[in-house]
Design a protein around this ligand. Sequence first.
Ligand code: PGA
Length: 256
Amino acid sequence: MKYIVANWKMNLGVRESVALARGVLRYMRGKEDLPELILCPSLTALSEVYKATARSRSSLGAQTCGPEYRSGAHTGEVSPAQLEDVHAKYVLIGHSERRHAGEGPDQVRRKFAAANASRLTPILCVGESLDDKESGIALEVVREQIEQAMKHVDIPLKKQIFVAYEPVWAIGSGETPDPGYIIEMHTMIRDAVCEMTGRSLDSVYVLYGGSVNDENAYQLLRESQVDGVLVGGASLKLQSFTGIIDAAHEVIVAQK
Ligand code: PGA
């Protein structure tokens, strides 16, 4: 199975989000061998996008959550329980843009734990900076991010584990790593997660993110180590996004 996650970031109002979601679903209607689709609109649009996509083949995700599962005095935060309430199934945790804005490893771990305590499935985002890459420490940095987020966190056995590998230097830059680089990283991530959690290799899904578009999606998705893609910019336009869905469809058919 291949996953396509659309991260709309801080873009699109409610009406635009609903229109885009509807356009994507219309495009998928009647087709077979499609990827699993997860749409992550802004918090303000979750409810309406849910109404527009209920009973469809897509799921809803949030772009972050608060660090506490239960309700309480946390002004401005939205808890995993509140996200469940508006039918989100997934939540991105530790996206590099949030880490850049000050979300440290401890916050990431608390949010990952809070999401695991809920019915949401967290998608943990990790990735090295350009400096890390040029210093030759990318693998160590990413491994450390995984360890910091997952240490002492109880991940219910029935939950799949999702990690999105997103090199910071590839996000929004138009650059993507060579397939060999991605495969090496994804292999390490899968092994590290299995080692930490005792899970089997096939219960861990490793997605790639960073400048994915309709031209490079096929090449990325055809790799067996790439269980899916996390798409930012190219998920905001119907044409480029449906091009990525087509690429996944071609891969799924070819690998049947
Ligand atoms: P991009 O963003 O596809 O625009 O590079 C990906 C992401 O930040 O998740």
